[in-house]
Design a protein around this ligand. Structure first.
Ligand code: NAD
Length: 361
């Protein structure tokens, strides 16, 4: 065992089927009585309404205005509503964008958060907030944005559109893949990373076949938590840098961008992190991490090229320059030309070339 350091994150997790009503008890556990609700627009008339009924007069306000990449101007508008409603906690119900708005409000108000996630983005398990201002996405870590309680209700994910499920699941896997070669990797996080990738790799094909498969949905949501936990406890590298750049500066959809970039980031890092990539391949049940990730996305009908998700080819130079300008630590050194080549492969959706093939597939 190599020496390591590990800091566990505080936070409570309630996981199960039909757990939405637990919000009331969890509010009481936090000693709170006035919730400002942040709800995804797709859930506003379903789970959002149920939440209002459950909380009654304990629901003191609501916003459905969250937007992808947490634009500061949206946060500032909702902050005015929050201050007027004088809540003592925030309850977020929705995907990563809704959680992002909740975190941005927590950062500005110090309010505790209860988050009920409906996608696999994993933001609920991290003390990280990314915010976008004037086309630039910046991230920071603060325990103030870490939700106090996560309530996973598998039932809320039943029937989630297949494509959203696949790209969101690939987004989750990206946290775990990068955790395995993180500079501050540790055995606890690595264990969760392997389990998270394996759970999602098992579940996603079953979900693609039947989006109401309750057992697969439970597996996937557990995987999302495990992978989110990885993002929360160790540093990310090239893959996340590229996705932040592409998302923040070129307004590409978050989960789809992760899905397209991940196999190429894995291929890029394979020679510098062969042990991590062998674990990824094993968890995928594939012979190689990069091709295994690419094939999983492609087989399940997810986008595999930046072209398909709306990046104009003319922006590839600018994207490479922006990502190279302030690189994250990465197991393999990164320069502008290498990034440009990686982005070219991702733009055209080329299947990565496998360097190492393990006998697991
Ligand atoms: P999202 O929250 O924007 O959701 C995508 C779309 O799916 C939205 O239209 C939403 O209304 C809809 N949706 C959500 N749940 C659904 C369901 N169960 N069924 C049907 N539709 C549903 O996207 P996301 O991928 O969940 O989150 C992306 C955002 O999260 C980005 O802004 C990203 O930066 C952030 N994020 C942050 C962290 C972090 O640690 N800070 C981690 C991961 C993601």
């Amino acid at each position: 065992m190599n020496p390591f350091e590990y800091t566990a994150l505080p936070g409570r997790v309630v996981f199960g089927h039909g757990t939405l009503p637990r919000v009331a008890d969890e509010m009481a556990l936090l000693g709170t009585t006035r919730a400002f609700i942040l709800c995804d627009s797709v859930h506003a008339t379903t789970a959002g309404e149920r939440l209002h009924e459950l909380l009654g007069t304990r629901a003191v306000g609501q916003s459905t205005g969250a937007a992808m990449h947490t634009p500061v101007e949206v946060t500032e508008k909702v902050l005015i509503q929050v201050r007027a409603a004088a809540p003592d906690c925030l309850v977020a119900l929705g995907g990563g964008s809704t959680t992002g708005l909740s975190k941005a409000l927590a950062l500005r108000t110090g309010l505790p958060q209860i988050v009920v996630p409906t996608t696999y983005a994993g933001s609920e398990a991290t003390p990280i907030i990314g915010q976008t201002e004037q086309g630039r996405k910046t991230t920071q870590r603060s325990l103030q944005v870490l939700p106090r309680t996560i309530i996973y209700d598998v039932d809320l994910t039943l029937g989630m559109p297949v494509l959203l499920s696949i790209v969101s699941g690939m987004n989750a896997m990206a946290h775990a893949v990068e955790a395995l070669y993180a500079r501050d990797r540790n055995p606890v996080t690595s264990m969760l990373a392997e389990q998270g990738i394996a759970a999602l790799a098992r579940a996603l094909p079953l979900i693609a076949a039947d989006s109401w498969d309750a057992a697969a949905r439970a597996d996937a949501l557990f995987g999302a938590w495990a992978c989110g936990n990885c993002l929360g406890t160790v540093g990310m590298a090239l893959h996340h840098k590229l996705c932040h750049t592409l998302g923040g500066s070129f307004d590409l959809p978050h989960a789809e961008t992760h899905t397209v970039i991940l196999p190429h980031a894995a291929a890029f890092n394979e020679s510098a992190a062969p042990d991590a990539m062998a674990i990824v391949a094993r968890a995928l049940g594939a012979s190689n991490a990069a091709t295994g990730l690419f094939d999983l996305a492609a087989t399940l009908g997810a986008p595999t090229s930046l072209k398909a998700i709306g990046l104009p080819e003319s922006q590839l130079d600018a994207a490479a320059e922006a990502a190279a300008a302030s690189p994250y630590w990465n197991p393999r050194p990164v320069d502008r030309d290498a990034l440009r080549a990686l982005l070219d492969d991702a733009f055209h959706g080329r299947r990565p070339t496998a360097l190492n093939v393990t006998p697991h597939g």
